[in-house]
Ligand binder design. Structure first.
Ligand code: FAD
Ligand code: NAP
Length: 316
């Protein structure tokens, strides 16, 4: 039986593993279905993780996360590249159900499954997803070198990625449904000053259109009475927020293993304890998450230490 199973290998999961193993737990496995690092590895620029600022070239999310796994593995954390399907309780321990019908028992669990990009919900979004519509500028921006693209959204991700795309593309239209932005004021200012970025405000994407080769454009409607317009762009980047990945906590009858709020975020206390003893949640999927790498890592540290105490107390 594992001392601790960590589900998810982003900043929260890796740090939980570091603290649990360095604190003395022996059998700690981090289940991460992809490469460790989490969603920040998709970011073209990170300048708010303390101690690692770089201006030119900017530090990418991949640069930031690259050394983390080796440090964690050094203290004994094991990584298995497997998807966790569900976590359930069995007596005084937990069962981790893995893809391929494999099951593993664990004394404690830290869930760090983070969040994934939301879909905006317009016509044609699914049809052209991966064929012109993307949620990752670092991954797909280069396909539109010297071409015009559009970005949907007005948060930090939308504006930061619009700035990144402006380095590659000939023009970046930012389509946002309001006149003010959720993004941090300095980021809005930088985007406003960028000659290649044009804002289309009070606007929403009604429909994406194209043919078998992919996206050809989007039809835009306005909430302020202006006539609808068409933008002929081969690329649309959708950055409209994230959904928490809480599926692993959902039981066969549809209920959740621990308490979650109406948005599905896991309810924890300041020690990352969920409503179930021995089960911890850290990072973007917990309530009131600041959705920052530094905060996810801090949550992971707290959860890793709590899992360590829990297992040691059970054994005492
Ligand atoms: P995640 O990073 O989401 O990691 C969760 C991991 O769990 C993923 O690797 C996923 O593959 C894995 N997983 C999920 N479900 C399963 C399963 N069932 N089985 C196995 N593995 C699973 N934050 C900043 O501080 N500064 C920034 O500049 C910044 N820029 C950003 C730019 C972009 C484009 C994005 C998308 C985010 C940005 N963020 C930034 C936010 C930051 O990335 C997140 O707050 C942080 O990554 C959350 O860490 P996490 O460990 O909670 O979750
Ligand atoms: P977000 O802050 O939730 O912003 C989502 C944006 O999309 C909002 O502008 C929202 O409009 C718009 N939107 C939502 N649903 C829409 C729809 N169906 N159609 C059109 N537009 C829609 O999401 P995010 O930008 O991905 O950021 C997520 C979190 O990560 C935030 O906490 C953010 O601060 C953090 N983050 C931080 C950094 C950084 O620190 N540098 C970088 C990236 C992300 P409204 O504003 O009208 O609601």
């Amino acid at each position: 039986m594992l001392d601790c199973a960590i589900v998810g290998g982003g900043p929260a999961g890796l740090t939980a593993g570091l603290y649990a193993t360095r604190g003395g737990l022996k059998e700690v496995v981090m289940y991460e279905m992809g490469m460790p690092g989490g969603q920040i590895t998709q970011s073209s620029e990170i300048e708010n993780y303390p101690g690692v600022f770089r201006e030119d070239p900017p530090l990418t999310g991949m640069d930031l996360m690259e050394p983390w796994p080796a440090q964690c593995m050094h203290f004994g954390l094991k990584h298995e590249m497997k998807e966790v399907r569900r976590i359930r309780k069995a007596g005084d321990h937990f069962v981790v159900e893995l893809a391929g019908d494999e099951e593993v028992e664990a004394k404690s669990i830290v869930v760090c499954t983070g969040s994934t990009p939301k879909r905006a919900g317009f016509k044609g979004e699914e049809e052209f997803f991966g064929r012109g519509i993307s949620t990752c500028a670092t991954c797909d921006g280069f396909f539109y070198k010297d071409k015009e693209v559009a970005v949907l959204g007005g948060g930090d991700t939308a504006l930061e990625e619009a700035l990144y795309l402006a380095n590659i593309c000939s023009k970046v239209y930012v389509i946002h449904r309001r006149e003010t932005f959720r993004a941090a004021p300095p980021t809005v200012e930088r985007a406003r000053k960028n000659d290649k970025i044009e804002f289309i405000l009070n606007a929403s994407v009604e429909e994406a259109f194209g043919d078998a080769t992919g996206l050809q454009g989007v039809r835009i409607a306005f909430s302020d009475g202006r006539e609808p317009m068409t933008l002929n762009v081969p690329g649309l980047f959708v950055f409209v927020g994230n959904n928490v990945n809480n599926k692993v906590l959902q039981q066969e009858d549809g209920s959740f293993l621990c308490e979650v709020n109406e948005q599905g975020q896991v309810i924890v206390d300041l020690n990352m304890h969920t409503s179930v003893p021995g089960l911890y949640a850290a990072g973007d999927l917990r309530i009131e998450a600041a959705k920052q790498v530094v905060c996810a890592a801090a949550d992971g540290a707290v959860a890793g230490m709590q899992a360590l105490h829990y297992v040691q107390e059970q054994e005492a």
